[in-house]
Design a protein around this ligand. Structure first.
Ligand code: XMP
Length: 507
């Protein structure tokens, strides 16, 4: 049985980060809404209570009865988690005199407390709370303080229950990983045996059992998530998996052919569908970005549906949904607030059951699993690419000629990034065809042609992004090459906007 840590989510923005840190300790964990504790699950080794946007004395604050958990499992309360434990046992939590945000140092802590094993003296921790614990109940022992915060950490005497007011999961808490390791490994006794190989082994076994001889369809996008999901399923059920890869005519230059080739090389049973004409004709004259998205979304479902119906007795639709999508789609009261069906509406329409083998993995774990499955780096390290593809990078209406111009310019930019060793240094890059013509001169002739913008950003999650500071020399070379080689372009610009306030895509 795969042992695990349960992280109860009280709504903090850093809850996902706690999950990632625990996984980085090669320990499996699950993030669950605060009121959805899986009582009776024997594989649980410990429980972490997250932070929260609420104060414990708020009438709307999320509260649970911990009596079923306390004494059964070791507990670590973080920020609100620590305040809630103290408050619900008779401690005092009050608004802090000055809101405590940012760095602080543990000026005093009990070096012999197991939670602080190998933690350096005066280590930096990150605080982020408007409240502070001003008094702990009698049987709570204060085990750390900073210059500002007297009760920075405590342990309940005689119990395996700790509370920390700082955030060990954030990067700025220098020994945060060590503190989490002390809890997860030394206190909870986790064996640190969660690895891509163990994930593959248990998942393949589970898929075999779940799917039996059933037939499964999966929509491939060329991206890492759907590709890894396909290879994993292929390992479990082989030819009972049929993958469908739709060419909507808005992919990168030669992408359809290259990716099809890689998929076939990986032994996948793939149907490639050339639906360019359908999409071009439905998109003709459409300028408005959301309408373009809707047309493409619906067109995709039509094509997929038609192809899937050609396969007899399909029972399942598989998708490459990953953990951040799952966490986002569950509000902490457990109701679905956003649905993340990559091919929205299909399962109901086709009366299919959903199979999402990666739904508990973070993106970097998906990549590690892909590597372990022997997939090529060029598939695994691909930049994110929007579902509607170049449609949202051609500003205004779409024509096959505009697609050709953009594909050629983009190909030079992306190939250049690879040649200069810059591709893996940026989160995402692409070229945008602007609805702007400008005057230029080539040879003796005056030109009046298109302008393109190059966009490259650094990011960790696409929620925020900075423009990538690419070398001028590189940008100069790419600009020359595009203008010289791509018929129809006489001007190249570089986008130096960050997100927010801009977005990564222009539409
Ligand atoms: P923005 O432009 O919102 O993009 O900063 C954030 C990330 O999402 C991708 N993106 C999309 N992905 N369908 C997708 O599948 C879309 O309509 C879409 N729009 C943006 C974008 O490429 C970036 O990675």
């Amino acid at each position: 049985m795969q042992e695990k840590i349960i992280i109860l989510d009280f709504g903090s923005q850093t809850t996902q980060l706690i999950g990632r840190r625990v996984r980085e300790l090669d320990t499996y964990c699950e993030i669950l809404p605060y009121n959805k504790f899986p009582y009776g699950d024997e594989s649980i080794k410990g429980v972490i209570l997250s932070g929260s946007p609420f104060s414990v004395y708020d009438s709307k604050a999320f509260k649970i009865d911990l009596s079923e958990i306390r004494g059964k499992y070791p507990i670590l309360g973080i920020c609100y988690g620590a305040q809630f434990l103290a408050y619900s046992n008779g401690g005092k939590v009050e608004p802090a005199q000055s809101r405590e945000y940012g760095r602080a140092h543990l000026s005093h802590f009990c070096k012999d407390n197991i939670l602080f094993k190998n933690v350096r003296e005066n280590t930096q921790v990150w605080m982020s709370h408007g409240d502070t614990i001003t008094a702990v109940p009698e049987n709570f022992k204060t085990i750390a303080s900073t210059d500002e915060v007297a009760i920075a950490a405590y342990q309940i005497e005689g119990e395996q229950v700790w509370g920390v007011q700082f955030h060990p999961e954030v990067f700025h808490t220098e020994d945060g990983t060590q503190i989490l390791r002390n809890f997860v490994v030394d206190v909870c006794g986790c064996k640190q045996d969660w690895s891509p190989a163990s994930f593959i082994e248990t998942t393949v076994a589970r898929l075999k059992e779940q799917l039996g001889d059933d037939k499964v369809v999966l929509g491939l996008s060329g991206g890492v998530d759907s590709s890894v999901a396909a290879v994993l399923l292929n390992k479990a059920i082989g030819k009972n998996l049929t993958c469908i890869f739709v060419d909507h005519g808005l992919l990168r230059k030669n992408e359809f052919e290259n990716v099809m080739h890689d998929y076939e090389h990986l032994g996948l049973n793939v149907i490639g569908v050339n639906a360019k004409d359908k999409f071009y004709s439905e998109l003709a004259g459409v300028k408005e970005p959301e309408r373009k998205r809707k047309i493409i979304g619906k067109g995709f479902i039509d094509v997929f549906d038609e192809e899937a119906h050609k396969i007899k007795d399909v029972k399942w639709l598989a998708q490459g949904t990953i953990y951040p999508d799952v966490i986002e789609s569950l509000s902490i009261t457990g109701t679905v607030i956003k649905s993340h069906h990559n091919v929205g509406g299909l399962p109901e329409k086709m009366n299919l059951k959903l199979c999402e083998p990666l739904r508990l993995l973070f993106k970097d774990e998906v990549r590690r699993v892909g590597r372990e499955l022997g997939m090529m780096d060029r598939l695994i390290n691909r930049h994110p690419f929007p579902g509607p593809g170049l449609a949202v990078r051609i500003l205004g209406d779409i024509t096959p000629e505009k697609v050709r111009i953009l594909q050629d310019a983009d190909d030079i930019f992306i190939q250049g990034l690879r040649d200069w060793g810059l591709y893996d240094k940026v989160w995402q890059a692409g070229t945008i065809l602007l609805p702007v013509q400008s005057v230029g001169v080539m040879g003796d002739e005056r030109t009046y042609e298109n302008a393109v913008a190059l966009r490259a950003v650094t990011s960790t999650d696409a929620m925020t992004a900075d423009w990538a500071h690419l070398p001028y020399e590189f940008l100069g070379k790419i600009s020359n090459e595009i203008i010289n080689k791509v018929k129809g372009v006489n001007r190249v610009t570089y986008d130096i906007s960050s997100k927010p306030p801009s977005t990564i895509e222009w539409e």
